[in-house]
Design a protein. Structure first.
Length: 160
């Protein structure tokens, strides 16, 4: 009986010390996993530059879910991307549309500022943009659209 009386308080004390540590680790894990929301990328199954952009998004810490879509017009219409701002792939993240080869600094700015817009876009496929050569010196614009941006407004200047 004496052994049980000694071990029981020690077991309870050890459990009490371990509880805050395990709770803290769980809280840190939750915080880490919610820092960058999941990005849903809709792309053609054969587009290599779209895959390269999605891989870069993963490298930037995003969880990326890819959906292959053969119907390009449907992909853009479903996301509400204006014709003059369209590119090859369309992503959604945290309620925003991210169209084309948008640099991740612009995506982080979007998620940090949370402006009243539908999304951001890099029209076309500029050389040097993420997934199109990844040249940090490449100069191109990221346009905002929808909401307070209206049809389009300059949102971010890449390479400057």
């Amino acid at each position: 009986m004496k052994t049980i009386r000694i071990l029981l308080p020690l077991t309870i004390a050890a459990a009490a010390l371990a509880l805050p540590l395990s709770t803290g680790a769980m809280a840190e894990e939750t915080t880490t996993s919610t820092k960058t929301p999941t990005m849903h990328v809709v792309k053609s199954p054969t587009c290599g530059c779209c895959t390269a952009w999605a891989d870069l998004a993963r490298d930037e810490g995003f969880e990326v879910k890819i959906e292959h879509q053969d119907d390009y017009k449907k992909m853009k219409a479903d996301a509400g991307v204006p014709g003059h701002l369209q590119s090859c792939h369309t992503a959604t993240v945290a309620g925003y549309v991210v169209e084309g080869h948008v640099p991740f600094a612009a995506v982080r700015k979007l998620l940090s500022e949370r402006p009243d817009i539908k999304g951001i876009a890099v029209p076309g496929m500029p050389a040097g943009s993420p997934g199109m050569g990844d040249d940090p010196k490449a100069v191109f614009d990221v346009m905002a659209f929808g909401g307070k941006a209206g049809e389009q407004r300059l949102y971010y200047k890449a390479g400057r």
